[in-house]
Design a binder for this molecule. Structure first.
Ligand code: PDD
Length: 288
């Protein structure tokens, strides 16, 4: 099972406990990150932790440690658990205080983190997955990676119930992002994705992808596109820390292009693998 990190202590999972009035538990009052680890090394760890600090600032949560201190702790946790290829999940809540909506005068933020061994989703990345389309009913601060995820969960659940892997969300016909990913289309050799506004989470994978576009000579536009444009796209894919670059070969009942992962998507996957290898070394034993 390995150790978990609670504040600055490494303990076994059984030893961990959550106060019944922890504000994360009662209100979802906290922020989180999911970081990918390949071959024992964090991929874009710095970017994830920078975003954690930004999310915290946006909810007026002052973290009682520095980014360097947190990095060192996560490094220790990974080594302790001999994590090869997998994820680190970490969250910080505003801590425990008598239940009231306004922020407590005094509460100590609670950090928890754990690791999970999980391979790269090779099969899905090779054959592509399917998606549904759902109304984006979430709040207007989707740029914050907050623990409040019910809007995302309801959409994902609906997708899964329909046998789909992801729900592509839209507001009044404008595509925002996926329930747990960013969404991209390619039309006439140009990539389109929603700009990094308050309506989406500016994914770390998204940022890497936009850099890779320059590398592989694919022009891109950070401009919102409609559900109609989604259906008419040559290629569609979603991207996240865990799903990497996942081709979507069918949206609702409509096949995307010829129903197979598109050529630009495959090129981006190759470039993405290169970026991982550059940071983390060879990907031996990283498959599903
Ligand atoms: N989710 N948008 C949403 C709503 C997300 O939940 C995620 C990631 C992303 C992609 O962000 P990134 O590339 O930084 O992982 C976009 C994570 C993986 C999760 O909640 O499990």
């Amino acid at each position: 099972m390995g150790k978990i990190l609670v504040n600055d202590q490494f303990i076994s999972r059984e030893e961990g406990s959550i106060d019944i009035e922890d504000r994360g538990y009662q209100f979802g009052d906290g922020v989180y990150e999911v970081i990918r680890v390949y071959g024992g090394k964090m991929f874009t760890g710095k970017e994830h932790l920078t975003r954690l600090f930004e999310s915290s600032k946006k909810i007026l949560l002052e973290l009682p440690f520095t980014q360097e201190e947190l990095t060192a702790k996560l490094q220790e946790l990974m080594e302790m658990n001999k994590l090869h290829t997998g994820t680190i999940y970490l969250q910080v809540t505003r801590g425990a205080a008598p239940r009231q909506h306004q922020f407590p005068g005094q509460s100590k933020p609670v950090l928890t983190a754990y690791t999970k061994e999980v391979g790269r989703p090779e099969e899905g990345m090779n054959k592509g997955m399917t998606a549904t389309v759902a109304d984006d009913v979430r709040w207007l601060r989707c740029d914050i990676k907050s623990l409040n995820l019910l809007g995302n969960l309801l959409a994902k659940q609906e997708a899964m119930a329909n046998g789909s892997f992801e729900a592509i969300l839209h507001r009044d016909g404008t595509v925002t992002e996926g329930s747990s990913s960013n969404v991209f289309i390619i039309k006439d050799n140009q990539l389109h994705t929603h700009p990094a506004t308050n309506l989406i989470l500016n994914g770390i994978t998204r940022r890497v992808i936009l850099q890779l576009c320059n590398e592989i000579g694919l022009t891109y536009k950070e401009e919102a596109f409609s559900v109609e444009e989604l259906y008419a796209a040559d290629e569609v894919f979603m991207a996240s820390t865990t799903a990497e670059i996942m081709p979507l070969v069918q949206v609702r009942d409509v096949p995307v292009g010829d129903g197979k992962p598109g050529e630009w998507t495959k090129k981006l996957q190759v470039a993405f693998k290169g970026a991982i290898q550059q940071q983390c070394g060879e990907l031996v034993g990283a498959e599903e």
